[in-house]
Design a protein around this ligand. Structure first.
Ligand code: GH3
Ligand code: MG
Ligand code: MG
Ligand code: MG
Length: 316
């Protein structure tokens, strides 16, 4: 980009670069009730160019974990003013699971069993105070590297290899949680299953490779329209699931109708051959009485009816 002599463009560029630089950065929550000791750890970790949030109590640490998405690691002294470090560790694991965040414990305790107990309780690393700066740095760096790898494996495990949208495993893992959450918050939610019409025929006519190109193109288009607001997954073959956040049946029906019309209106260019494809969809809205599986079954029944009624339509 040429941004010379254009202050607003320069500013936008600076913001964009900043976003890119911080998005990949490890975020560390440092917890210590002794302000001096807290500052010392913050200074050391800051040298590794990590992003830091510093708090002086266990309660503040739990709040920070709830309100800031994306904290990768907690570095906490085990003797906090308001909470035992082991209790904090338990609470973190209960609220956020085992994989979301790594926890490093620090302690001045002379009891040599503390390290063993902390690691057995689910801690990831233990550092005895006082520590050698080199040792502290290496252990923190090591834990951060492990967490990056955990996150990248999670990402791979949640994606469909062909289309790079979410896969069936992720859809079924996240679905029940999202339905529970929406019901608890009293927010509407709808679930759709979309299926490409006569896809077998397309494969038989043009070959499997063209079929794959079509699957990728349809996924890309759906993803482009659905964005990050709703959850889109490939459930298998030529079948897609969408969880619509904040949409009641009517809104979701509109949405699906638009998706259906847009897909049918733009032929897919597969090897120079323009292919018009249509989809059928079944849609169900959550109402508070059923489980995720039941809503999905309902959507599947509606899909079946849409197919039987002649395809290229949405039933709900
Ligand atoms: P309907 O309109 O009733 O949905 O008919 P259909 O032909 O789309 O449905 P059917 O379930 O009979 O066939 C789906 C086909 O999708 C069969 C299978 O070979 C093909 N398929 C499944 N996964 C893939 C894939 O990853 N790539 C390609 N190219 N084809 C796939
Ligand atoms: Mg089928
Ligand atoms: Mg089909
Ligand atoms: Mg199918």
């Amino acid at each position: 980009y040429v941004v010379k002599d254009n202050p607003s463009a320069i500013q936008q560029l600076v913001l964009a670069v900043d976003r890119i630089l911080t998005s990949g950065k490890t975020q560390v929550l440092v917890v210590d009730s002794d302000p001096e000791s807290l500052q010392r750890q913050v200074n050391l970790i800051a040298k590794q160019r990590f992003q830091i949030i510093a708090v002086e109590s266990g309660a503040a640490a739990l709040d920070a974990l709830d309100s800031h998405g994306g904290i990768d690691m907690v570095v906490c002294d085990l003797a906090l003013a308001d909470m035992d470090g082991f209790d904090l560790l338990n609470e973190i694991r209960q609220r956020h699971g085992d994989d979301a965040v790594r926890v490093v414990g620090l302690s001045t305790s002379e009891d040599r069993m503390v390290a063993a107990r902390f690691l057995r309780a689910g801690g990831d690393e233990y550092i005895q105070k006082p520590f050698l700066v080199e040792e502290f740095n290496s252990r923190i760096f090591h834990v951060a590297a492990i967490q990056k790898r955990v996150q990248s494996l999670h990402r791979i495990a949640a994606r469909d290899y062909l289309t790079d949208i979410y896969n069936r495993r992720y859809f079924f893992e996240a679905g029940p949680r999202l339905v529970d959450q929406a019901l608890r918050r009293g927010e509407p939610m709808s679930i759709a299953i979309l299926d490409i019409d006569h896809f077998k025929r397309l494969n038989d006519t043009y070959g499997h490779e063209v079929g794959d190109i079509v699957l990728k193109a349809v996924s890309r288009r759906l993803k482009h329209r659905v964005g990050d607001r709703h959850l889109l997954a490939r459930l298998g073959g030529e079948e897609f699931g969408i969880i619509f956040h904040g949409l009641e049946l009517e809104g979701a029906l509109d949405y699906c109708e638009r998706l259906r019309l847009e897909l049918a209106a733009q032929p897919i260019n597969a090897d120079g051959e323009p292919l018009t494809i249509t989809v059928s969809a079944g849609l169900a809205a959550i109402s508070g009485r059923e489980t995720f599986d039941n809503y999905l079954n309902a959507a599947d029944q509606f899909l079946y009816m849409a197919k039987h009624a002649g395809r290229n339509r949405v039933f709900s």
